[in-house]
Design a protein around this ligand. Structure first.
Ligand code: NI
Ligand code: MN
Length: 228
């Protein structure tokens, strides 16, 4: 029992919440870091931050095989229903939904969102998941923004932040984000997938330890951490 999470490379994670499997941004087939294939994962819920191919990933195939509910913004649920995924739940920033074993509250992210086929994908998002009195903030693809302080006011246990730079915040801004969010633990994502977003994650972790009150959790692809 309890909560653990496994990094699947890029911004893809599997979470296990009291034996309920969840996927976040399951980009696996074309993800050079992914340790598993789309057919190898289980999910009751798939949470999607936005519609870009490196986040939508293999959602349609996984949802069709597992019957998982796909939670994402309204425009994305429309696209998914037109593309053969019936079990969807839209959420928009500020809105919260109880999913039995986990509560999800949608947040803003500063980025863009379009499907690989060019369809408008609504506004990009992050979200706060609450289960077992633990709060997990998944920032999605975003720049630093000052309202991260409001998210920090909720008392975040674990924050998942992009550090790859170029398409999202980089290492310097991730440290400023940690100051705003004040999580107990912070997990880097959206780095090392391709050469333009390679980062020195050991240096990042050292700076998190030296300059913030958060504890870094650096996983190799396929690595799992249990939230104490
Ligand atoms: Ni993106
Ligand atoms: Mn991305």
């Amino acid at each position: 029992m309890g909560i653990n999470f496994t990094w699947l490379g890029h911004s893809a994670f599997s979470l296990n919440i009291n034996s309920h499997p969840i996927l976040i941004d399951p980009f696996l087939q074309d993800n050079p870091l992914a340790p598993v294939k789309p057919d190898d994962v289980e999910a009751e819920i798939i949470f999607l931050s936005h519609a870009h191919g490196d986040h939508l990933g293999d959602t349609v195939a996984i949802a069709q095989r597992t019957g998982a509910k796909v939670v994402c913004n309204f425009e994305m649920t429309n696209w998914l229903q037109k593309n053969g995924v019936e079990n969807v739940q839209p959420q928009q920033p500020g809105g919260g939904v109880d999913y039995d074993f986990v509560h999800a509250k949608w947040t803003v992210a500063h980025h863009s969102s379009s499907f690989p086929d060019g369809t408008y994908g609504g506004q990009p998002n992050g979200f706060i998941l609450t289960a077992d009195d633990k709060k997990i903030y998944f920032a999605g693809d975003t720049s630093l923004f000052s309202d991260m302080q409001l998210i920090g006011n909720e008392g975040i246990d674990v924050a998942f932040l992009p550090i790859g730079d170029l398409f999202t915040m980089g290492i310097d801004d991730s440290l400023r984000a940690i100051e705003f969010i004040k999580p107990k633990f912070v997990v880097p994502m959206h780095y090392n997938t391709w050469p333009p977003i390679v980062q020195d994650v050991a240096s990042w972790a050292q700076r998190v330890n030296s300059n913030t009150s958060a504890q870094p959790i650096v996983l190799d692809p396929g690595g799992t951490h249990t939230i104490a």
